[in-house]
Design a protein around this ligand. Structure first.
Ligand code: ADP
Ligand code: ZN
Ligand code: ZN
Length: 813
């Protein structure tokens, strides 16, 4: 008897055993996919992790349905890494599997698919594939189990897989906008004319048709110089003949047309693009290399615009020369566009990009390139999930902007921190890690200071450009002396006029979207709330609606108070939309644009805006923290932070650290290339320590103050935090359940536990929320503590009256 153990892409913490025949047993290897029946009638894609001959004791092993792969698509290091993630972040291996592979590789019976409506060649489809395509002509989408019925066949996943690969189908959940698989038409001489004699014959036949003869000869010329497939377009362009001539040769059976699926995402290298490091950059690079001899992880702390990117590029180049793979991690969305341009100008199409806005087909393509260790993916530029690509020969991981909060996945599980998971992955590959930031996270700087990581610091900007001068504006004083126009102080306005007069550009930062975060009745004080969440509704003036940022609920803006019928309703606080509207009035002749989640939804919306700003089609760009993410515009010389206070007043132990990072990063967009920049920060608390640290560019003061607080109040890096979130629609049940859980944890663990707490927003989508925060001291036994917590949670879930309470675990919260 032969068995395999597989992981299923479900929230299940164990592997399952299926039986296979002797032949299958011989063929299968860990890391290959099979499809298996699971549950009543469902079929899933599963991953083989083990082969053995012991039948399971508790159930009878079912047969697998089919083998998908001919060779493994997941390697041992990946499996080890998944296991580490599952155990460190306390989630199931199935959840890691599910998020580690592009969804196109783990189809299941409930997966919904649609036609790609592409021009891709349907003639390549097999008979069964054709039936699937036909079914989709009358229906916009269909599940895989429906296809099963149509084909009267249990296992159709391999057929779907093949259709996806041919670009004829797409998965429904994907971003579809502007998606078009690129098919390029190529021309070749028909096989029978490849022999010398036949060719002579051919030329004789064509003797009379001069044009056709010419083009055949031209084809040979091209083939000699190009030494690669000849695109139909190239043949037409270089020979000057029309498509009709080529067509007639195809009809005569002399030429043959065929298609090659070119990469949807490929990049051009700029000719002769060279980088000469400045002396300080060269020294930093030397230090990094030297440090790597003693430390596997190094922190590169370089001020904004010090030219870290160029140092990364030079370092990466050395790993490529040693034929190693390089992973360059960057925070969600914002950074990719510009960085892709800068890196691909240097490395050309050795770069592959792995991005959250790519659809599954595009992701599968990158996955396969990495799997084959292809030249097209020597450097992978990607967001956190790029960690899960099938690297086999990784030499270096760069984690750019390592302080960024988006490196931590919040929902769903695995709730991993990409920087930390990268360090573990690198260890498995015996690779090096470079963390880079102008404002390192407290943890990383602490690790560097306590000699766990190496540290390289670069305190000057490239080209001796000085850091921008920061001007503080006291809003209390300005309002008191009536020196405000809307949300703009006279000083900020004056500098804006000056900047615009010099034909330079401005960025304005406000950390709220919409027109105002809430509206209020001036008579009775009523504030409209979301019916399903414990939050006030954000007002959008342009569309005249109120909207919930947590569940998306929206309603028309009321004309009168729903409580007292008063007509006197006013908008409170302000967001980016309001700033934009004020700007239009203040600067009627200037081009103004807004960059926030509301204006950058489409696949290319963000890219378009960045390009327009770079090309100076926009004079003033107002936006949320999106502006802070590593963007590089040389003509920006003024940055304004309209209200620093709402950055500071956040109920989170990292609030001041984050506020400091945000302000320094936004400020760092000013005066980057040659012109000296300035920054205006408006605040009610100009003497606040954090703001003073920003003004004085004193990272170390911020670090020391925060570290002191963290030690006093038992937070990282001295304690590891583990948050348990409980959710239920019934308030009372939740209160009881969370108290029970808290008490049992308290009895079992001799470490600080806080809660059960009602978070600032204690109801979302009609579910009430409570949290319990466990603080694990650095010297505690982490593995056993987690085991105990798991055990308590299992008994919690086994208690019948609490079973319906949903719990989630967030390690390193
Ligand atoms: P950082 O990532 O440290 O904020 P960047 O790498 O974006 O800084 O560099 C800031 C600017 O200086 C960019 O426009 C970059 O192109 C330019 N720059 C940096 N180093 C060099 C160099 N060695 N040669 C030419 N330009 C450079
Ligand atoms: Zn009222
Ligand atoms: Zn809501």
């Amino acid at each position: 008897m032969h068995f395999i153990n597989v992981i299923l892409p479900l929230n299940l913490d164990k592997t399952f055993t299926y039986s296979v025949n002797a032949e299958e047993y011989k063929f299968l290897q860990p890391g290959m996919r099979v499809t298996v029946p699971f549950g009543k009638s469902k079929i899933f894609t599963a991953l083989v992790v083990e082969k053995h001959t012991t039948p399971p004791q508790l159930y009878e092993a079912k047969d697998i349905s089919q083998i998908i792969d001919e060779t493994p698509i997941v390697n041992d290091i990946q499996l080890r890494h998944w296991q580490w993630i599952a155990s460190y972040y306390m989630c199931s291996i199935g959840e890691v599997f599910k998020s580690a592979l592009p969804s196109g590789l783990i189809l299941e019976s409930e997966t919904i698919i649609s036609s790609s409506h592409s021009e891709a060649d349907k003639s390549e489809a097999t008979d069964e594939e054709f039936l699937v395509l036909e079914a989709l002509e009358n229906k916009s989408s269909i599940t895989i189990s429906e296809i099963s019925q149509i084909l009267n066949k249990k296992n159709v996943i391999p057929i779907i897989q093949s259709l996806l690969a041919k670009g004829l189908l797409i998965m429904q959940e994907e971003v579809q906008e502007n998606y078009k698989p690129k098919l390029v038409k190529y021309i070749k001489l028909h096989d029978e004319f490849l022999q010398q004699e036949q060719l002579q014959e051919l030329l004789e036949i064509l003797g009379k048709a001069k044009k056709q003869k010419e083009i055949v000869l031209h084809y040979f010329q091209l083939q000699a110089t190009e030494k690669k497939p000849i695109a139909s377009k190239l043949l037409m362009e270089t020979s000057g003949v029309s498509a009709a001539v080529i067509k007639s040769l195809v009809e005569k059976g002399i030429f043959e047309e065929y298609y090659i699926n070119t990469d949807r995402v490929s990049f051009e290298k700029e000719e002769d693009y060279e980088i000469h490091l400045s002396n300080p950059q060269a020294k930093a690079l030397e230090n990094i290399k030297e440090n790597f001899q003693n430390f596997d992880v190094n922190l590169f702390h370089g001020v904004t615009a010090s030219g870290k990117t160029e140092v990364y590029i030079k370092l990466i180049e050395e790993y490529l020369q040693q034929d190693k793979q390089v992973l360059f991690l960057l925070p969600e969305i914002a950074l990719t566009t510009q960085l892709v341009q800068r890196l691909s100008a240097y490395f050309g199409n050795q770069i592959a990009v792995f991005h959250s806005k790519y659809n599954s087909n595009e992701r599968v393509e990158v996955y396969n390139h990495v799997l084959q260790n292809s030249d097209k993916a020597k450097v992978v530029l990607g967001v956190r999930s790029a960690l899960f690509l099938p690297f086999s020969n990784l030499g270096l991981i760069v984690v750019d902007e390592e302080h960024e909060a988006t490196y931590k996945q919040q929902d769903p599980a695995p709730r991993y921190h990409a920087r930390d998971a990268a360090i573990v992955l690198a260890k498995f590959h015996d690779a090096k890690v470079l963390l880079g930031s102008a404002t390192p996270s407290i943890e990383s700087y602490y690790n560097a200071k306590s000699n766990k990581y190496g540290l390289i610091e670069l305190f000057e900007r490239f080209n001796n450009v000085v850091l921008p001068e920061i001007h503080l504006i006291d809003l209390k004083d300005k309002y008191f002396r009536k020196r405000m126009d809307g949300h703009f102080s006279d000083e900020l306005l004056e500098r804006m006029h000056e900047t615009l007069a010099n034909n330079e550009q401005i960025m304005l930062f406000q950390n709220r979207r919409g027109y105002s975060p809430y509206i209020e009745c001036s008579t009775c004080g009523h504030v409209p709330q979301c019916p399903s969440c414990d939050v006030s509704l954000t007002y959008y003036k342009y569309k005249s609606v109120l909207k919930c940022h947590y569940c998306g609920h929206s309603m028309a803006k009321p004309t009168h108070c729903h409580q007292c019928n008063s007509l006197d309703i006013s908008a409170k606080g302000f967001g980016t939309e309001q700033v934009e509207l004020e700007l239009v009035k203040l600067f009627p002749n200037k081009k103004i644009a807004r960059m926030d989640q509301d204006t950058t939804r489409g696949k290319f919306a963000f890219e378009k805006m960045i390009d327009a700003f770079k090309n100076q089609e926009i004079d003033i760009l107002v936006g949320t923290q999106m502006l802070a993410k590593g963007l590089d515009f040389e003509n920006v010389t003024l940055v304004g932070i309209l209200n620093a206070d709402n950055l500071l007043n956040q109920p989170y132990y990292r609030a001041y650290e984050r506020a400091y990072q945000m302000m320094v990063q936004v400020a760092g967009r000013s005066g980057r290339k040659s012109k000296k920049g300035s920054v205006v920060i408006q605040t009610y608390n100009p003497m606040h320590n954090t703001i003073q640290q920003v003004v004085n560019n004193n990272y170390v003061a911020m670090f020391n103050e925060q570290l002191y607080e963290r030690r006093n109040f038992q937070y990282p890096p001295y304690f590891r935090l583990l948050q348990i979130k409980l959710k239920h629609r019934d308030f009372e049940k939740l209160r009881e359940g969370s108290t029970w859980l808290y008490n049992v944890l308290k009895q079992n663990l001799q470490i600080p536990i806080l809660g059960p707490e009602e978070p600032a927003i204690n109801r979302i989508r009609n579910e009430y929320i409570r949290t319990i925060l466990i603080k694990i001291p650095n010297n505690a036994d982490l593995i056993n503590t987690k085991k105990l917590i798991k055990k308590v949670l299992i008994s919690f879930e086994a208690t019948s009256q609490y079973r319906s309470i949903k719990t989630t675990l967030n390690v390193d919260y």
